[in-house]
Write a protein that binds this ligand. Structure first.
Ligand code: SF4
Length: 233
C-alpha cells in the first residue's frame, strides 16, 4: 500500500473511532457543558482568562462578585490595576491576568464598540486571548464553530486515545478538526473535558470503568503497569 493510501485509511479509521467516542461520551455525559458561570460574551471572556491555571469552581466564586462590580468593558478599563488585581487575586497569576483583562477591554472599547468580536481573526490579537479562549467564547457565547478548544483535559484524553501525537495545542486542534465532524466541534470539548475530569484523570486514569476502554490504545499499557506513569498526561 502506498504512503498516501495508508494516510487516507488511517484518517478514515480515526474518523470512525472518533464518531464512536462521541456517541459513547454523549450517552455517558448528557449534561456535559462548560462549567464557568457567565451571562454574556464579555463575562465568558473574562472568566476564561481567569481560568488559566485555576479551577472553574474558584473562578466562579471570584466572578460572582466581580461581575456585579464590573458590568462592561469600560468598567475594567477605568478600574485601577491594583484594585482589579485584588479582586481576582485568588485565581492565581493575578498580575498578568489583571493586566491582560484591562488591555483586552481597552481593545474592545477602541476597536469593537465595547463588544466581544465574533471571529477568530479578530479575537486572537486581543491581549490574553489565544485560540483556546477564542474557541471557548465563540462556541459557547455565540454558537460559532471556528475550531475546537483544547485545554489540558482535551490534550491528555486525545493523546491517550491516539487521536493526535502532538503536544502543541494548536496542532492538536488541527488534528481533531480533521477527524471530528464539524457539527460536533462545539460538543467534543465539553465531552472530553468531562471525561478527563471524572475518568481519564491525569494520575491513575480509571481505565477499568472507562466506557472508551475498547477503543483506547492506552488502556492495555495502563492495566499492565497499574499506573499512569507510562501514559501521556
Ligand atoms: S481507557 Fe484509560 S486511558 Fe483510555 S480513555 Fe479510558 S481512562 Fe483514559
Amino acid at each position: 500500500m502506498n504512503a498516501k493510501r495508508k494516510r487516507t485509511n488511517a484518517k478514515l479509521d480515526n474518523e470512525t473511532k472518533v464518531s464512536k467516542i462521541i456517541e459513547l461520551l454523549k450517552k455517558e455525559y448528557p449534561e456535559a457543558k462548560i462549567t464557568l458561570d457567565y451571562t454574556n460574551p464579555l463575562e465568558l471572556l473574562v472568566a476564561t482568562i481567569l481560568s488559566a491555571q485555576c479551577t472553574d469552581k474558584r473562578v466562579n466564586i471570584v466572578t460572582k462578585a466581580l461581575f456585579k462590580k464590573y458590568r462592561n468593558a469600560e468598567d475594567y478599563v477605568n478600574a485601577g490595576l491594583n484594585e482589579l488585581e485584588e479582586d481576582i487575586k485568588s485565581t492565581g497569576f493575578y498580575r498578568n491576568k489583571a493586566r491582560n483583562i484591562k488591555k483586552c477591554c481597552e481593545a474592545l472599547v477602541e476597536k469593537f464598540n465595547s463588544q466581544v468580536p465574533k471571529t477568530m481573526e479578530e479575537m486572537i490579537p486581543l491581549p490574553g486571548v489565544a485560540r483556546k479562549t477564542a474557541n471557548i467564547v465563540l462556541s459557547n457565547a455565540y454558537g460559532l464553530a471556528e475550531g475546537i478548544a483544547v485545554d489540558t483535559h482535551v490534550r491528555r484524553v486525545a493523546k491517550r486515545l491516539r487521536l493526535t501525537d502532538y503536544e502543541d495545542s494548536t496542532k492538536i486542534e488541527m488534528d481533531l478538526t480533521k477527524i471530528v465532524p464539524k457539527t460536533e466541534w462545539l460538543r467534543i470539548t465539553d465531552l472530553l473535558v468531562f471525561h478527563g475530569r471524572r475518568i481519564c484523570v491525569a494520575k491513575k486514569p480509571k481505565c477499568g470503568i472507562c466506557v472508551l476502554k475498547k477503543l483506547c490504545p492506552s488502556e492495555l499499557t495502563s492495566n499492565r503497569n497499574d499506573a499512569s506513569s507510562t501514559l501521556a498526561h
